[in-house]
Design a protein around this ligand. Structure first.
Ligand code: ADP
Ligand code: MG
Length: 720
């Protein structure tokens, strides 16, 4: 009897919403209450010290020890007033999760609470168990974490979390954050120098990020009754429910009470931490939802996204729910993405992707706009690699999802503007001419993208005043795609500056020089622009003709990081050395292997221990029935036919699993990680996963519902 399944279904059906108690009627009363950020420093430090800290933060400089001591003292008294007893450096190792190791403020030797600047600035966690891709040999198995003052510290439970970077003893980055900070610095410098063509007052450009985060919620009891969800974060079996997302009634529909209570609860926690979550709604698939914060500077937004996912998981527990961020927890149901809304904003307050009514500013807008398209075109393989993961492979390039082709959507209005500019030939500008008018860029209407002009199938779309990198996976640490995007943008802008300066030096008027290079870029990068349905087969064919890469699987996609283009661009800004890139790839391949291996094992275990025994029991019932009919001298052809079908599926599952295990054994002997990852991809995943699943899902349709051991899709997705 499928005891566990029915018990779980019963439990889930009885749940009630658990509404949280609001700390106050106004969010502004508690927003940021449990974080210690720059404004807290301003309040608690002496003006001199604060000025220094602010300078260090704004200029990415190392903080001196006296200042660090002063900040530590201020943080300590804030922490103690909050009831905090411990502190930890909070970092983002390449495992994909966040890590922490708590130390007590209380010093047992001195019998007082202590916190020195040195402890704030640097810590040495035992790093040997974090992935390092062979960078750290065992004899130098030490890494250290270093405080990132640009990201707010925060309280979690009774612990003070200090955002840090994580580097090896020899200086190589072992996390997502260290390269990100360097990439942001590179794009700041490059964009600032291009801005000077238009406005001498710009001295800094901040990259901004707003992550729209999709997620699924499943009742905890139902989740626990699915070993595949528990072990792999996604279901490896499960027949599609009679009703999937065809009705489209869930999207923006009213939020079920229990979920609503959960959302309120985690939003309160987020607000206390200073995470500016603002929107919430149902997503397309049943039991799928979305949350989005207000955009922030990329580094802070990245930390906040990691923290928010953590908060969401922990708060879900209180509501007997599980928050799933896996890119494809359920086959044939929409996957989970994390739309990265990205823009560049100057310290004078101008969003460089905001079309404007002033012609001069429009040339600036076009400059950044066209350079972005060019960057995506020139470095699309690196962008593809930046979002590659075992989970995201089920989304990108799989049957019911966007392809792994990186293209850019800009909408019809801007397409026209660009085409006109490109085709305008070498217009002669006479003295007294309105050059902007002659070029057709005097007016670019404010781009108001309504929902019809909003291409939901594009992996990289312009949405009015920002680009939206949509192909990022739901569970990803956005540090990696943001590192790549900002790095290639920096390179692109520097190349642009060089080319324009060359023309200027040869006597060309500045604005004409800019336009000439932009025109060249528009033509060169035209193929990456795509306005149609990115999910269609036609696009896959068309893209192939255009020579756009379509790299379907992670192991091969990762090669782009080791290409000449990648090592040189990362090297150029000291973001990552070739050795670091190699080490990272090793970790990412390793990670991929582990994921596929786990899924394959779960699949095997479930098939052998749950599915086949259940199916055989059912088969025996059928045989009894067929014999009974025959004994009575009745027709039993139909019964025999079903027995034949069921037996066929049972055999196929059994032999599929056995063959898959043999393949794993063979592949596990391979030493080279890249080769092993490729083998796992093609000879385990592609060769067996769908095939085994097909037969298991068929059996689900035949076997008596009373006996089926796994919680069904309809139960997981529709019971709230
Ligand atoms: P939509 O995708 O429907 O336009 P929103 O306008 O709410 O949705 O924006 C989605 C996300 O984009 C939010 O996190 C929002 O803060 C962020 N966003 C808005 N403007 C910018 C910008 N200039 N730069 C970066 N992110 C932005
Ligand atoms: Mg959006």
């Amino acid at each position: 009897m499928a005891y566990l399944r029915f018990k779980a279904v019963e439990e889930a059906g009885k749940r009630q919403p658990i509404f949280p108690e609001r700390p106050s009627n106004k969010v502004s009363d508690y927003f940021g209450e449990t974080c210690f950020d720059v404004s807290s420093m301003k309040e608690t430090l002496s003006p001199d010290v604060y000025k220094k800290v602010k300078y260090y933060i704004d200029n990415g400089k190392k903080i001196d020890s006296d200042t660090a001591d002063a900040v530590a003292a201020a943080v300590k008294s804030w922490a103690i007033s909050q009831g905090i007893t411990h502190y930890t450096h909070w970092f983002q190792p390449l495992t994909g999760a966040t890590a922490e190791k708590h130390d007590s403020f209380f010093s047992a030797t001195d019998k007082i609470e202590k916190f020195k600047g040195t402890a704030l600035v640097q810590q040495e966690p035992d790093a040997s168990s974090f992935p390092s891709g062979g960078i750290r040999q065992t004899f130098e198995a030490r890494g250290y974490t270093a405080w990132d003052p640009s990201s707010p510290m925060f309280r979690w439970g009774a612990t003070l979390c200090i955002p840090t970077i994580f580097v090896s003893y020899t200086g190589e980055a072992l996390d997502y954050k260290a390269p990100l900070l360097k990439a942001l610095e590179a794009v700041d410098k490059a964009a600032t120098s291009v801005c000077k063509y238009f406005d001498r007052n710009v001295s800094k450009v901040n990259a901004s990020l707003g992550c729209e985060q999709e997620y699924f919620l499943v009742d905890k009891a139902l989740f626990n009754a699915r070993p595949d969800l528990v072990m792999a974060g996604r279901t490896v079996f499960g027949h599609a429910p009679a009703r999937g997302q065809q009705l489209d009634d869930h999207y923006f529909g009213s939020i079920p009470q229990r979920i609503y209570a959960y959302m309120q609860d985690f939003e309160i926690e987020c607000h206390k931490l200073g995470i500016p979550v603002t929107t919430r709604h149902n997503e397309v698939a049943p039991s799928q939802f979305e949350v989005a914060p207000l955009f922030e500077e990329v580094n802070v937004a990245t930390d906040h996204n990691m923290l928010m996912m953590d908060v969401m998981r922990r708060v879900a527990n209180r509501h007997n729910l599980m928050a799933l961020f896996h890119e494809k927890p359920f086959a044939q149901i929409n996957g989970t993405g994390k739309h990265n809304n990205w823009s560049l904003i100057t310290d004078t307050g101008v969003n460089l992707f905001q079309p404007s009514s002033s012609a001069r500013e429009n040339l600036q807008f076009l400059t950044f706009f066209v350079n972005t398209i060019k960057a995506v075109y020139s470095y699309s393989e690196m962008l593809r690699a930046s979002i590659a993961s075992a989970g995201n492979d089920f989304r990108l390039g799989a049957n019911e999802a966007p392809p792994a082709i990186i293209s850019v959507f800009i909408g019809s209005q801007l397409s026209e503007v660009l085409d006109e500019l490109a085709n305008n030939g070498n217009i002669k500008i006479e003295k007294g001419d309105n050059m902007y008018m002659k070029l057709g860029i005097d007016k670019i209407p404010e781009i108001i993208l309504d929902n019809t002009d909003r291409n939901r199938t594009s992996p990289f779309a312009f949405t009015g005043n920002k680009f939206e990198f949509r192909a990022v996976g739901g569970s990803a640490n956005v540090g990696l795609p943001m590192t790549v995007l900002n790095t290639v943008m920096a390179k692109q802008l520097n190349d642009f500056k060089e080319e324009v300066d060359e023309l200027i030096n040869s006597g060309k008027e500045k604005r004409l020089a800019i336009v000439e290079i932009l025109r060249k870029y528009i033509k060169e990068s035209k193929d990456v622009r795509f306005e149609g349905d990115g999910y269609s087969d036609d696009w896959v064919k068309e893209a192939e003709k255009k020579g756009l890469p379509n790299i379907k699987d992670t192991p091969e996609a990762l090669d782009a990081f080791l290409s000449e283009k990648s090592t040189s661009v990362f090297g150029l800004y000291n973001i990552m050395t070739e050795r670091e890139l190699e080490a990272r790839n090793e970790i990412l391949w390793e990670n991929y292997i582990m994921k596929v291996q786990i899924e394959s094992r779960v699949m095997g275990d479930l098939a052998l221990n749950h599915i086949i025994p259940t199916a055989i029991k059912y088969q025996n019932k059928l045989i009894e029935n067929a014999n009974g009919l025959q004994g009575l001298g009745l027709e039993n052809k139909a019964a025999l036919k079903v027995i034949d079908k069921v037996s066929g599926h049972i055999d196929a599952v059994k032999s599929g699993v056995m063959d898959m295990i043999e393949e794993r054994k063979r592949i596990n002997k391979i030493e080279d990680v890249r080769e092993k990852a490729i083998e796992y991809c093609h000879n385990v995943k592609h060769k067996f996963f769908d095939k085994i699943r097909y037969h298991v899902d068929k059996l689900e349709l035949y076997v008596d519902d009373e006996d089926w051991p796994l919680v069904k899709y309809r139960e997981m997705l529709f019971i709230k």
